[in-house]
Ligand binder design. Structure first.
Ligand SMILES: C[S@@+](CC[C@H](N)C(=O)[O-])C[C@H]1O[C@@H](n2cnc3c(N)ncnc32)[C@H](O)[C@@H]1O
Length: 376
C-alpha cells in the first residue's frame, strides 16, 4: 500500500504523523480521556506495552509539559462553541461581554509537580524526556521488581511485592502479533490483560484507575465480573479512532478497592483460572440477564437486578460507551486528502519489528516485488 493510499484510508494514521504522534493509538487514549477525564489529579503513571510510545507521549505532554489535550481540550472547545452560539443568538447581551479576547492569548502551560511515568515494552523504545522506559515482558514475574525499583529507586525494598509510593493510573495497550486465528488471538490478548492487571494490583493506590485494551470475545463478561470485585466502577469503551470492525475495546476501571486482606502475589498471580476472593462486606451490584429468542429471529435481552441464588452462575455486564467527539474522523472511512497535504514519514519507525529479519533478507536478495529470487 502506498503512502497516499494509507493516508486516505486511515485518517488517524495521517493525523498522527501531522501532529507528531509516534502511533495512531494516541487518539484512542485522548478520546478515552475525553469521556473519562483519566488524567485529573494524576501524577504517577505506569504505561504497559508502550512501544513505540504514543501513549507515553500523551502522558508526557499532559503531565510533564502541562499541555491541554483530551478532556481539558474538549472542555475548552465546548466553551468556545457555547460562546459562538450565544454570539449568534438574538439575546441582547452586551457584545463585549461575549467577545473572545483580541488575538486569543494562548493559555500558559501547567506542568504538574512530582510526575513519575514508567513505560514498559518487549521492544526497545526510543527515549522520551522525563519518562523511564524498561524493556521487559509484562507476563514475566521478574518484571514486577524491575517496575517497583523504577518507581521508587530510593525506597525500593526487594522483599516487598507492592510499591512504596503507589501510582494513580495504570494503562495497558498490550497486543500480541495477531495470527488471524480469532480464538488464539483472544486467548493471548487475555493473558496480556491478566498480566497487566497483576502488575496494576501491585502498584495501584486505593482509588486508582486501570485502563486496558481487551478483545471482546464471548466470555468477556467473566472478566468484567472479576474486575468489578477490585474496582468500584468498570466500563467498556470504544474510542472513535478504534475501527468499529475490530473486536478491540478498552476496559476503564475506576476506584481501586480490593477485598479486605487481599494481597497481590507474584507466586499466585490472578488469571483466568484463579478467581479473586469476594469481600463479604462489600455490597455487590449484580445484574441478571434474561435472553429470549423471538419468533422473528430477534434476541431480546432483559436486564434486571436479582438476588444471587446459591450456586447460580450470575454474570455482570459492564456498561458500554462509545467515546470521542462525533465530529471526529470515522476510523473505518476513507477521506479525500487535503489539497495542501504533504506525505510524511512515520514519526518513529519501529525499532525492532518482528519482520526486521525478513526485510534484511529481502534487501540482501535484491529488493521487493518479484526481485527476491535468491530467497527461496
Ligand atoms: C499496539 S502496541 C502499543 C502501542 C502503544 N500504546 C503506543 O501508543 O505507541 C502493542 C505493544 O504491546 C507490546 N507487547 C506485546 N506483548 C508484550 C509483553 N508480553 N510484554 C510487554 N510488551 C508487550 C508489543 O511489543 C507492542 O509494542
Amino acid at each position: 500500500m502506498g503512502k497516499s493510499s494509507k493516508d486516505k484510508r486511515d485518517a488517524y494514521y495521517r493525523l498522527a504523523k501531522e501532529q507528531g504522534w509516534r502511533a495512531r493509538s494516541a487518539f484512542k487514549l485522548l478520546q478515552l480521556d475525553e469521556e473519562f477525564n483519566l488524567f485529573e489529579g494524576v501524577t504517577r503513571v505506569v504505561d504497559l506495552c508502550a512501544a513505540p510510545g504514543s501513549w507515553s507521549q500523551v502522558l508526557s505532554r499532559v503531565l510533564i509539559k502541562g499541555e491541554k489535550f483530551g478532556r481539558s481540550a474538549w472542555e475548552d472547545k465546548e466553551r468556545k462553541d457555547r460562546l459562538a452560539v450565544l454570539k449568534a443568538s438574538v439575546i441582547k447581551k452586551s457584545e463585549q461581554e461575549l467577545q473572545e479576547p483580541e488575538g486569543e492569548v494562548p493559555e500558559p502551560l501547567r506542568p504538574r509537580e512530582n510526575v513519575k511515568i514508567v513505560s514498559i515494552d518487549l521492544q526497545p523504545m526510543s527515549p522520551l524526556e522525563g519518562i523511564i522506559t524498561l524493556q521487559a515482558d509484562i507476563t514475566h514475574p521478574s518484571t514486577v521488581p524491575l517496575l517497583l525499583k523504577a518507581l521508587d529507586p530510593e525506597s525500593y525494598d526487594p522483599s516487598s511485592t507492592s510499591a512504596a509510593h503507589p501510582v494513580d493510573l495504570v494503562i495497558s495497550d498490550g497486543a500480541p502479533d495477531v495470527t488471524g486465528l480469532h480464538d488464539l488471538d483472544i486467548y493471548v490478548q487475555s493473558q496480556l490483560l491478566w498480566a497487566a492487571l497483576n502488575l496494576a494490583l501491585c502498584v495501584l493506590k486505593p482509588g486508582g484507575k486501570f485502563v486496558a485494551k481487551i478483545f471482546r470475545g464471548k466470555d468477556v463478561d467473566l472478566l468484567f465480573a472479576q474486575l468489578k470485585i477490585v474496582f468500584e466502577r468498570v466500563r467498556v469503551a470504544k474510542p472513535r479512532s478504534s475501527r468499529a470492525s475490530s473486536i478491540e475495546a478498552f476496559v476503564v476501571c475506576e476506584g481501586f478497592n480490593p477485598p479486605k486482606g487481599f494481597k497481590a502475589s507474584l507466586d499466585n498471580p490472578l488469571g483466568a483460572a484463579q478467581k479473586l476472593p469476594v469481600d463479604p462486606e462489600k455490597p455487590r451490584e449484580r445484574t441478571k440477564l434474561y435472553r429470549r429468542l423471538r419468533e422473528d429471529g430477534i434476541t431480546e435481552l432483559e436486564l434486571g437486578s436479582d438476588e444471587e441464588k446459591e450456586g447460580e452462575d450470575v454474570r455482570w455486564i459492564a456498561p458500554f460507551l462509545a467515546c470521542g467527539d462525533l465530529s471526529a474522523y470515522d476510523a473505518d472511512a476513507s477521506y479525500h486528502l487535503p489539497k495542501d497535504r504533504v506525505s510524511l514519514d512515520p514519526v518513529q519507525p519501529p525499532t525492532a519489528p518482528p519482520y526486521k529479519r525478513a526485510l534484511e533478507m529481502r534487501k540482501k536478495a535484491g529488493g521487493a516485488y518479484g526481485k527476491t529470487k535468491g530467497l527461496i
